[in-house]
Design a protein. Sequence first.
Length: 122
Amino acid sequence: MHNFRELKIWQDAMKITKLTYKLTKLFPSSEMYGLTSQMNRAAVSIPSNIAEGAGRKSNKEFTQFLNISIGSCFEFETQAILAFEFAYIEKEDLEKFLLDINRLEKMINLLISTLRKNIVYS
């Protein structure tokens, strides 16, 4: 088991989630159950799956949850692009999101690679 609060990927994912909530508050009210909800849920899913995986007893299980986090990153990235195309966020906000989420994806993939090297298959 790993202490998820000490993981840089969890800390960075939390920052992305907080920024997401801050920006989606500015979306039109007509998006409350649409893109606003989808982006918030995808953002929350990233650190949540990192935390859940860190609490598992094996690196193999942790890796499965990290893979789910990666999927949520891709989902979030798509939604951020849509938010920009619908003119809900500025280009600078999109670029920040994409830079942060791509950096996080790389860090998660690096951790997955490290964990896979330490998995003992029976």
